[in-house]
Design a protein around this ligand. Structure first.
Ligand code: SAH
Ligand code: MG
Length: 208
């Protein structure tokens, strides 16, 4: 993101944000882009979202920033990797937001969504890219009418629109999956979706 614009923006805690961003960069953890984070926080404020569900916690970078916005925001966040969940737990504790965050260490595809709240205001889908349709269909039942689903990385690091030839078959299959999700989402009549060139491509879907 343009550094000039970035520095004009405020964050709930710039100190924690830059510490965790540095850790993520050094350890190649794919956290949300800076512009994506600003946008996500804005949506939460506009919606006055109090109940948030996140699929894909990683080190809890996005989770902590969302929680720090306001003390009455509650977040349930699902992370498959035991190793990531452990780091996330430490980070959440250090940021003093453990009261607001419930970290569920599970594969979001297997987890029983009936155990979650029924009326989330916002769902942030940011886990395994090949599974986005499955995540969406499974968890959208827990989203209130007028609520929003934000999906991250719809350009898949630019690979979705590159003119270069992609040699790896697995990578080509993954790209196809993401394209299928984007097409499916744009045709989904239960939602009004905007596809935005923010960060690595972000979709904002409003439940009608
Ligand atoms: N939202 C975070 C980044 C998440 S990165 C941020 O912006 O700060 C994606 C994470 O999703 C990884 O940690 C990965 O382990 C997790 N993940 C992948 N597949 C998953 C699944 N099926 N269920 C839960 N978590 C999953
Ligand atoms: Mg992401």
């Amino acid at each position: 993101m343009n550094q000039y614009l970035s520095e004009l923006n405020k964050l709930p805690s710039k100190k924690i944000e830059s510490q965790l961003r540095k850790y993520a960069t050094d350890n190649k953890v794919p956290i949300v882009s800076e512009s994506g984070l600003f946008y996500l926080l804005l949506l939460i404020q506009l919606l006055d979202a109090k109940n948030i569900l996140e699929i894909g916690t990683a080190i809890a970078y996005s989770t902590i920033q969302m929680a720090l916005l306001r003390p009455d925001i509650l977040i349930d966040t699902i992370e498959k990797s035991e190793e990531m969940a452990k780091i996330a737990r430490d980070n959440i504790k250090n940021a003093k937001v453990e009261r607001q965050i419930t970290l569920i260490q599970a594969d979001a595809l297997d987890y029983n969504e009936q155990d979650l709240k029924e009326n989330y205001d916002l769902i942030f889908i940011d886990a395994a890219k090949a599974q986005y349709i499955n995540f969406f269909e499974k968890y959208e039942k827990r989203l209130r009418k007028g609520g929003i689903i934000v999906s991250d990385n719809l350009l898949f690091h630019g690979l979705l629109t590159t003119k270069e030839k992609i040699d790896s078959r697995n990578l080509r299959a993954l790209i196809r999956k993401i394209r299928d999700y984007n097409d499916w989402l744009s045709k989904n009549k239960k939602y009004d979706t905007q596809f935005l060139e923010i960060g690595d491509g972000m979709a904002v879907s409003l439940k009608k």
